[in-house]
Design a binder for this molecule. Structure first.
Ligand code: FAD
Length: 494
């Protein structure tokens, strides 16, 4: 199966093209079809740390990539108003304190708290402290865990030039029809409005929410998860930067959803995610416009979506990657990551000798497991709330949740323990920060903490906290670091 045809040229299409052309370029011919008149979804600007691995696998120079995409560094997400409306907490990358092999750091902190120590849990996390002080630096030994905030349009352009440099053929045009092989039912070719016919062996559906191939032609089926994640609409808008870009994304809860703020070098990305049952489009727009920091630069982009996953993300000779494979709201910036996982997974199972049904089953199971685990983590933000100030929050607070999440929450509440299963994306620190941030405090700690005498416990905590404070104090201001490391033209001349 040498002829790979990618339908769609958003972030998903170009990530797939760039990765396949660079890794499999000698054995696979890649053609990508996209339509300028349809365009892309135009959002997707906040990422998580594994993107660094993707870039390294493709030999992408970090500074060059950041300059090309007007990117800034991201150390985590600041959540405003999720617990009770007036609170705030931070979900950072990296680790907090120091774990013992038998018990995470939270157990030591909980024990100390019981003994009257008052320092917040946050003070023991380097990334969190640096983020809130507006600082950033690459530290020796890759000690900073970070991701990027980037311009999605520029990212697709950047990947495109890479993919074309590695031999990908780009075809501009609108796909009018998907032609099936009459005997097998596989996809045989894509017919464009221009009359051109593009044949292939393996088709990658990156047509976004349209899912033209995987659903339109192959009817792979869709699991609707709106009952767990009720937001179904968003409005995105870009504004001028006010001040230096912050090294974190903000997620500000409102009474029918939440608002994002993503600072880039040249502008800020903003958006309102909401549940259309409780907020209409005009009110949502007014709310977004009323809570922006800078002058708007573009017209608002209205987006509707259904939360859920394609039942078979690989079906016959077609693999759905990106929004065509499913979507969960961007609260934890997980969609680009799911694209990355699907692309790398497909390369690992590349069906050069023909599609193996075992590979297909394995791919689908792994991709679906990733999505279910992310789904649980997202639901946590809505379910674990004390908010009852609007019908939206009452619905979230009272909804039934998956048993897997209920077990995780109750285990943490009873014992302070979190376990990571099946290469789950979110590690213990993420769960602990979000659960405690949302108000779930464990009733117990692991007894290993009590092995420490008071003076030992005191010394451990003080050393960890001092290390964080000292390291952060030595870090430069984030905006200055970005300008010097990867300043895009406008920033350098500013
Ligand atoms: P699209 O960008 O929609 O691209 C589809 C492509 O298919 C386009 O090139 C289009 O022209 C082409 N196409 C469609 N039909 C045809 C046709 N008939 N003929 C030819 N071409 C066709 N993800 C994150 O990781 N972080 C975030 O912060 C984040 N924020 C988001 C906010 C919102 C409100 C939404 C909805 C999504 C967000 N995402 C985020 C998800 C992220 O935007 C997507 O995962 C990512 O952009 C990939 O989109 P895509 O390439 O699958 O689809």
């Amino acid at each position: 199966m040498r002829r790979v045809v990618i339908a769609g040229g958003g972030t998903a299409g170009w990530m797939a093209a760039a990765a396949i052309a660079r890794t499999m370029g000698r054995v696979a011919d890649v053609t990508l079809i996209e339509s300028d008149s349809i365009g892309t979804v135009g959002v997707g600007e906040s990422t998580i740390p594994p993107l660094i691995t993707f870039n390294r696998l493709l030999n992408i120079d970090e500074a060059q990539f950041m300059r090309a995409t007007q990117a800034t560094f991201k150390l985590g997400i600041l959540f405003d108003g999720w617990k009770n409306g007036g609170d705030r907490y931070f979900h950072s990358f990296g680790l907090t304190g120091k774990d013992h092999w038998s018990a995470g750091f939270q157990h030591f902190w909980l024990y100390a708290r019981q003994k009257g120590y008052e320092q917040p849990y946050d003070d023991y996390c380097l990334e969190l402290t640096a983020a809130l002080r507006g600082r950033f630096a690459h530290l020796p030994g890759e000690a900073t865990s970070y991701a990027y905030q980037l311009d999605s349009g520029l990212y697709a352009k950047f990947l495109r030039s890479m993919a074309e440099g590695d031999g990908t053929r780009r075809v501009e045009g609108k796909i009018a029809q998907v032609e099936l092989d009459g005997t097998r039912g596989d996809i045989a070719a894509l017919l464009l409005e221009s009359g051109e016919r593009i044949e292939g062996d393996l088709f990658i559906d990156c047509t976004g929410f349209r899912a033209l191939l995987i659903e339109g032609a192959l009817h792979a089926g869709f699991d609707d998860w709106t009952h767990y994640l009720p937001c179904d609409a968003a409005i995105a808008i870009q504004t001028e930067n006010i001040g230096a870009p912050r090294p974190y994304t903000r997620a500000m809860a409102h009474d029918a959803g939440w608002q994002w703020r993503i600072p880039l070098q040249h502008r800020t990305g903003n958006g309102l995610v909401y549940c259309s049952r409780y907020l209409d489009r005009d009110a949502a727009l007014a709310r977004l416009l009323g809570n922006l920091e800078g002058r708007t630069l573009v017209q608002p982009n209205f987006i509707r979506f259904t939360t859920g996953a394609r039942r078979k993300q690989w079906h016959r000779n077609c693999v759905a990657i990106g929004l065509s494979g499913g979507f969960m709201e961007p609260l934890e910036s997980t969609s680009i990551h799911l694209i990355q996982r699907a692309v790398l997974r497909l390369i690992r199972m590349f069906p050069l000798q023909g599609v193996s049904l075992r590979d297909v089953a394995e791919f689908n199971e792994q991709q679906f497991t990733d999505m279910l685990q992310i789904r649980d983590f997202l639901i946590l933000h809505y379910k674990a709330t004390e908010r009852g100030d609007s019908p939206f929050w009452r619905q979230c607070r009272d909804m039934a949740i998956p048993e897997s999440l209920a077990q995780k929450i109750e285990l943490f509440r009873e014992t302070g323990r979190v376990f990571r299963k099946n290469e789950e994306l979110f590690a213990e620190n993420s769960w602990v920060q979000v659960m405690m941030g949302q108000g779930i405090m464990p009733r117990a700690h692991h007894p290993i903490a009590e092995k420490l005498r008071d003076d030992e416990l005191n010394k451990l905590l003080r050393t960890l906290r001092d290390n964080v404070a000292r390291t952060v104090a030595g870090m430069p201001e984030h905006g200055a670091y970005v300008a010097q490391y990867c300043g895009a033209p406008r920033l350098q001349t500013a």
